[in-house]
Design a protein around this ligand. Structure first.
Ligand SMILES: Cc1cc2nc3c(=O)[nH]c(=O)nc-3n(C[C@H](O)[C@H](O)[C@H](O)COP(=O)(O)OP(=O)(O)OC[C@H]3O[C@@H](n4cnc5c(N)ncnc54)[C@H](O)[C@@H]3O)c2cc1C
Length: 441
């Protein structure tokens, strides 16, 4: 049943590598009555970027409230890839909007990548930025298709991807698994939990509130003001932004019924010492051209962070270790016996159309949800657009009206997503088998 599925952050037992490498930080808890102009529910990057966007525009009467702590949801436990684009793939975006409009909307995500990088420098956030960037590696060895994709992105979106030929790929990743690749200039990878906690600190320093361990239980509006009820207190606000990701579907059913929470998994190896540099001579973050791709990146303490799979199920760390061990062996056979010291999962939220849900309900409640697996740049963009709208300029956010909240189908919708995933996985497998067969004959 949709309503009974537990997608609370504590569904994933055990600390993440990110938690183990982030200095402990205490945030206030909501007690008693609090008044503010804008209340943001959810201190993931969508909520934090909204609050920061307001603070940077001079609006500091803001309060962000989270059930746990900033970054306890997907925003503090993800792969750490910061790159352009939406969950809806670029070709589909062009198909829906035409080249000119798609170029504008895609361009906004590229600007968001730059903004994240600028803020890290501006606020001196120590989040292990690695500017080696993000590399798309071709799983199928299909140079013509890869080059065609790069050409389309350039011609239709003005999005320049740098080609990496087969020989040069081995200077980046020492695996026989891949054909050629595409490198995204300006992209980078980082420690997402340190990043979001750093931003939360900036918001607090500006005089706004970031409140932890305070799940919002209900929202009501009366006489033009909103009341948010928590266990030990209440917040009264003129405006409310719902930014609860895939971690809540009960607070505002009319919007959240448009979401499906989808899980993906990460495991982190023991330190690999010099072996890591041999396997990954360039410290890039890598994903591949399959629908259900691996995503991985080297960490500063010589561990390898390995992510992959999407599923409708929360799995135990032991099960995640087994799955990731199988996947890592296909790319780096020499890591067959490696020990994973950390394993966890997280919930992303998806709308049926795979674009973010951004806008305002008829009663005035704002929402910033459904960023899927492409959430670092798009949540930052959403925060900017939300802050613009809350300070009187809704030009950009209104572009998202064409992707409204539509019922995501409940349990049936979840079964359909899982079925679609398996079908795409089978299609990828067939394509790969075909390639290997051709190589043999
Ligand atoms: C394992 C994993 C790997 C990923 N890798 C990448 C990647 O490498 N690059 C990339 O761009 N994207 C990646 N993503 C996607 C990206 O992390 C998400 O799209 C993005 O973080 C979503 O941000 P959010 O703010 O919408 O949600 P979240 O970060 O999930 O935040 C929602 C917050 O709302 C809070 N909340 C929920 N209900 C309530 C309530 N009732 N009251 C108060 N607070 C509440 C939760 O505690 C949570 O902190 C990944 C996601 C996962 C799970």
């Amino acid at each position: 049943m949709a309503g009974s599925m537990n997608t609370a952050p504590d569904r994933w037992p055990g600390a993440t590598w990110y938690e183990a490498t982030t200095p402990a930080r205490k945030f206030d808890h909501l007690r008693g009555r609090h008044r503010c102009r804008v209340a943001v529910i959810g201190a993931g990057l969508a909520g934090i970027a909204t609050a920061l966007g307001l603070v940077e525009r001079g609006e500091t009467d803001v309060c962000v409230i989270d059930s746990c702590a900033p970054g306890s949801g997907a925003s503090g436990r993800n792969g750490g890839f910061v790159f352009a684009g939406y969950s809806l793939d670029n070709d589909a975006l062009i198909g829906q909007l035409g080249s000119s409009r798609a170029r504008t909307l895609h361009g906004w995500t590229r600007q968001a990548v730059t903004l994240i990088r600028e803020r890290i420098d501006r606020y001196g956030i120590d989040c292990q930025v690695n500017d080696a960037g993000v590399l798309l590696a071709d799983w199928f060895g299909d140079d013509a298709k890869l080059n065609g994709f790069a050409r389309r992105m350039h011609e239709q979106l003005g999005f320049q991807l740098d080609p990496v030929d087969r020989r040069s790929m081995r200077d980046q990743v020492d695996s026989t698994r891949y054909g050629a690749g595409l490198h995204e200039p300006g992209s980078f990878h980082f420690h997402p939990l340190r990043h979001i906690q750093g931003l939360a600190g900036v918001i607090e320093q500006a005089g706004s509130a970031v409140l932890a361990d305070s799940p919002v239980r209900s929202i009501h509006s009366a006489n033009g003001r909103w009341r948010l009820r928590c266990d030990d207190g209440e917040v009264e606000a003129e405006e409310v932004v719902l930014a609860t990701g895939g971690y809540d579907r009960r607070l505002c059913r009319s919007v959240q019924r448009a979401l499906q929470p989808v899980a993906t998994y990460i495991a982190v190896t023991e330190p690999l010492g010099t072996m890591l540099g041999e396997l990954m001579p360039a410290p890039v973050a890598v994903y591949d051209t399959r629908f259900a791709f691996d995503y991985y990146r080297p960490l500063p303490d010589t561990r390898l962070l390995w992510g992959g799979r999407i599923s409708m199920a929360a799995r135990s760390p032991a099960a995640i270790r087994r799955l990731m061990a199988r996947d890592i062996r296909r790319v780096f056979p020499s890591l067959g016996g490696i020990r994973f010291e950390y394993a966890w999962g997280g919930w992303m939220s998806y709308a049926r159309h795979q674009m973010p849900l951004l806008g305002q309900r008829s009663d005035g409640l704002w929402h910033a949800l459904a960023f899927g697996g492409h959430g670092m740049a798009t949540t930052t963009l959403a925060g900017e657009m939300m802050a613009e709208a809350l300070t009187g300029n809704d030009r950009r956010i209104s572009a998202f009206r064409r992707w409204p909240p539509q019922w995501a189908g409940g349990a049936l919708g979840r079964a359909a997503i899982q079925g679609h995933y398996w079908m795409c996985q089978a299609r990828d497998w067939l394509r790969d088998s075909h390639r290997r067969w051709h190589q043999r004959v």
